[in-house]
Design a protein around this ligand. Structure first.
Ligand SMILES: *[C@@H]1O[C@H](CO)[C@@H](O)[C@H](O)[C@H]1NC(C)=O
Ligand SMILES: *[C@@H]1O[C@H](CO)[C@@H](O)[C@H](O)[C@H]1NC(C)=O
Ligand SMILES: *[C@@H]1O[C@H](CO)[C@@H](O)[C@H](O)[C@H]1NC(C)=O
Ligand SMILES: *[C@@H]1O[C@H](CO)[C@@H](O)[C@H](O)[C@H]1NC(C)=O
Length: 194
């Protein structure tokens, strides 16, 4: 009797493991990606909405956004045209330094307009906890960051977000005008497979 119960629990545990695996598919070993692709015809498309806050830190000894290159003419450009920066911003559940970190926004951007203050951005949202731990979403787009509302695009992803596409609504929640430190709200609507 005890043996039977044990077997049942074991089957239950395996079923749960397979289910969670199927849902999030964050095993990135080559075999696992191949298996996932093999079963793709059985997968369903799904829309997931994610809401979080990206903290951009320019001040202090550990900035998360640093300029890495510029042209000489960038210094005299009214739009800082030609400046290139790398970011590794904490992604948080709320617009405060106390809010839980659920990932990082890692990538780069360039001041890419002669006419307005605008960024071309290309970066990954790398999840480090929660349901999507280990998965990432790749984002690219035009970000005229002085506008209150901007829109970027989801161009792909890994793990739970393989073959993802979608849109990202971004706005500025707070901006410290003396340091440049800021919080941005991100509403990501992403089409992916489960
Ligand atoms: C940029 O400015 C530096 C310092 O003034 C100068 O040495 C360099 O030749 C300039 N580069 C170009 C491409 O004009
Ligand atoms: C996220 O995943 C990594 C790698 O699998 C693991 O080491 C870490 O403990 C996980 N973090 C959380 C908060 O679950
Ligand atoms: C995100 O969605 C919430 C509603 O869920 C809305 O209040 C907020 O303005 C949206 N933010 C952006 C950046 O679109
Ligand atoms: C802006 O940052 C400075 C320096 O850290 C700080 O003293 C000031 O309180 C901040 N302002 C706002 C509005 O948070």
């Amino acid at each position: 009797m005890a043996g039977k119960n044990y077997l049942f629990i074991l089957i239950l545990v395996s079923a749960v493991a397979i289910l969670t695996h199927g849902c999030h598919g964050i095993n990135t070993e080559t075999n696992s990606i191949q298996n996932w692709l093999k079963n793709l015809h059985l997968a369903r498309e799904k829309i997931t909405e994610l809401q979080f806050y990206v903290q951009d830190i320019l001040s202090g000894p550990n900035p998360s956004n640093i300029q890495v290159a510029r042209a000489n003419s960038t210094l005299t450009s009214p739009t800082s045209f030609g400046s290139v920066a790398v970011l590794d911003d904490p992604v948080r559940t709320g617009p405060s330094s106390d809010s839980e970190i659920i990932g990082r926004a890692q990538g780069l951007f360039a001041l890419a307009s002669l006419e307005e203050m605008s960024l071309h951005m290309t970066f990954d949202l790398v999840f480090t906890s929660g349901d999507y731990n280990g998965s990432s979403i790749s984002i690219v787009g035009h970000n005229p960051y002085l506008n209150q509302n901007r829109e970027l695009s989801v161009v792909g992803g890994t793990g739970a977000f393989r073959f993802a596409r979608g849109v990202v609504a971004v706005n500025t929640v707070s901006l410290n005008s003396s340091t440049g430190d800021a919080f941005f709200q991100y509403n990501v609507t992403v089409l992916h497979y489960i």
